[in-house]
Design a protein around this ligand. Structure first.
Ligand code: UDP
Ligand code: MG
Length: 317
């Protein structure tokens, strides 16, 4: 019998954990020719998530608990789960039922047709807030523009089915800045998608805030491409042209002054022009440094070569 692993990172999901497990068990009760495991990663929850998972495990031996040594964040927690999962196919999901379990049989069906990655794409985000929809839209447009050969599918988050073969490739990656939704299109293989509409979070609150969303956007960009680094060359050329023009204007100014063509009023004009040019130049330099610093920062983390996540223990029944 083929084994399907559901991987679910949980941070303070005491309300959702039992509901999630119930929903998944119901789905698999309807497809009895597949075995399943629920790899629940407790990402250093401050609430009762771990105890509730242990209780649930008493009733259902399909649950594997991966207890992290502290809160590492959604992506590292997902990675810990993916490493632990033993399935022939693995489906990462959020605990809040925003990735509807009803879609699972469709994902498996496509997998059986021979697709190794089955993306679940959101057709509607009506239930997300205006800000979240807008920023997510901007992020997908942006990643589409900057990526080269790797095409990041629009409106596909972590929810998808991935076959053991591409998953093993991803687990081999040495990087610490792991962004699953970028790694999957990177490895390629036979890909298709199914559509679903995204419901509201069933219970509890979102663990993402504007800051963590911005940081995910930066991590994704860096994981996707080094293109912004290349832009800095273009910006520098532009900068050189501006500096050249500024020098030429100053030279012209001196010539005009020497030949008594210019009076004081015009001199003031020139003064402000030069100030503006300097400000622009300053801004552009800072902009290039800002891009560089992001890459250098991520590089520093890679150089430290610390593990992306630390599992305290894996609890099986
Ligand atoms: N999550 C996690 N660690 C964190 C933050 C979130 O494991 O530090 C989990 C969370 O429990 C949920 C999933 O990541 O299962 C997605 O989080 P959430 O639903 O809050 O994000 P949103 O849907 O608002 O993007
Ligand atoms: Mg959610």
């Amino acid at each position: 019998m083929k084994l399907i692993s559901i991987v679910v990172p949980m941070f303070n999901e005491e309300e959702m954990a039992p509901l999630f497990i119930k929903a998944i068990s119901e789905v698999f009760a309807n497809i009895p020719n597949y075995d399943y495991e629920i790899v629940a990663v407790n990402d250093g929850s401050k609430d009762n998530t771990l105890n509730i998972l242990l209780e649930e495990q008493e009733k259902n031996n399909k649950i594997v608990i991966v207890n992290l040594s502290r809160n590492f964040g959604h992506e590292p927690a997902l990675f810990a789960g993916l490493k632990t999962a033993k399935g022939d196919a693995v489906i990462p999901m959020d605990a809040d039922l925003q990735d509807p379990p009803e879609v699972i049989p469709e994902l498996i069906k496509k997998w059986e047709e021979g697709y190794q990655v089955v993306n679940a794409r959101r057709v509607s985000r009506k239930e997300d807030s205006f800000l979240k929809r807008k920023t997510a839209g901007m992020f997908y447009d942006w990643s589409d523009k900057i990526s080269n050969k790797v095409k990041v599918p629009q409106n596909v988050a972590n929810f998808r089915l991935i076959d053991r073969r591409p998953l093993d490739e991803i687990l081999e990656f040495g990087e610490k800045n792991r962004v699953f939704r970028i790694q999957v299109p990177y490895v390629g293989f036979k890909v298709c998608e199914v559509l679903f509409s995204r419901p509201k979070r069933a219970k509890g609150v979102s663990k993402y805030n504007p800051k963590s969303m911005f940081s995910l956007a930066i991590s994704s960009t860096i994981s996707l491409t080094v293109r912004p680094l290349e832009w800095s060359i273009g910006i520098c050329i532009f900068l050189a042209v501006i500096c050249g023009l500024s020098w030429i204007s100053q030279a012209t100014f001196f010539v005009l002054k020497l030949t008594n063509v210019l009076n004081i009023g015009e001199l003031n004009l020139w003064f402000w022009l030069i100030i503006n040019v300097l400000l622009t130049v300053g801004f552009l330099i800072l902009f290039v440094i800002a891009i560089l610093s992001q890459y250098v920062a991520k590089n520093t983390i890679e150089t430290l070569a610390r593990p992306a996540v630390i599992i305290d223990e894996v609890i099986r029944k």
